[in-house]
Design a protein around this ligand. Sequence first.
Ligand code: PBG
Length: 398
Amino acid sequence: MKFYLATAFYCLSLTTTDAFSAVAPNAAKTAPSVDPVDKSMTSLPKETNAFDPTAGENAALQRNNKNEVWLPQRARPRRNRKSPAMRGMVRENIVTPSNFIYPLFIHDEDFNQPIPSMPGCERHSLDSMLREVGESYALGVKTFVLFPKVPDELKTNMGVEAYNPEGIVPRAIRMIKAAYPDTIVCTDVALDPYSDQGHDGVVEDGKILNDVTIHQLCKQAVCQARAGADVVAPSDMMDGRVKAIRDALDAEGFTDVSILSYTAKYASAYYGPFRDALDSHPGFGDKKTYQQDPANGREALIEAALDAAEGADMLMVKPGMPYLDVIRRLKDYSPLPIAAYHVSGEYAMIKAACEKGWLNEKDVVLETLMCFKRAGADIILTYYAKQAAQWMKDDGLY
Ligand code: PBG
């Protein structure tokens, strides 16, 4: 009896985080021993006027054959949660390092530059980037996306540095593919790191020009493909860019290069730390004439329909956590793989709370990543990719 009670208490005491420690029993705390409970509840001290839930015509609880208090009900959802093995058996979703895309900031320097608003992230030198790729790869993270910090003197309105074959991104791609040919290297297709206007496209009279920008993006995507990119990811939100980029890649023989489209990319305040990292804050105004209004969910379906028709291989929602409903909508709407971007501001919020000791970083991160899966994301872009893979390995999950 005592053993049974202890076991029951142990099961109850497991927190939600055990989804990630199911095969790591030592991660759960052992329950302190308590006195056996008299389930007839008759030995409790009798308080004057205290309500008796088993008394009266409409008693809330009855008694079973053993005189134990009993709430008659056949369905008890807690039966499927009663042990780590049971929870593991019925678990609907699982996150593995192979679901992650790890964004890496790079710059053309021989040192690393920490990013104050993203503690733990830095702009890597190319050598350091390669080490980070290697260490992540060893942990099962095999897909990376590169974001360059470009010096001001290389920034122009037309963003011509974006398709310089000797630019930092093509060199980084070649380095990674030479050292780790089995990785998947993704690139961002957009002009903002290369724009002296701080916008994702070419600017004229305060307006972001759609088709002229796409002309530049096609050059950028082909340049990245020539360097060995496996996946190009247009994040610019110009209309028709997926079709044009697909046609450009195909015309150059890159029919195997995939397009991961930033389908539902919102004009979000959560990108602030990323723009710090790349020094790419908009030079004027905001990005609301091309990125989506955070008020709109259905509008994402227009973008999804177009991207699918134009040849996108995967659809992305960005940011992640505040937009889980959009992830679910796209998942229900399209059979294409869905990606979620756990963006810089989301990362910064978690880091800040954890630095203050207000949240447990490992638990909250692994829960967050699982929530993306549950919402419908097949792929998760996260600055936590390597760290999460390390935690999963430490816990013996993979
Ligand atoms: C730019 C781009 C942005 C991000 C990815 N690609 C910023 C922006 O649109 O201003 C943001 C990623 C993040 O915040 O982590 N094309």
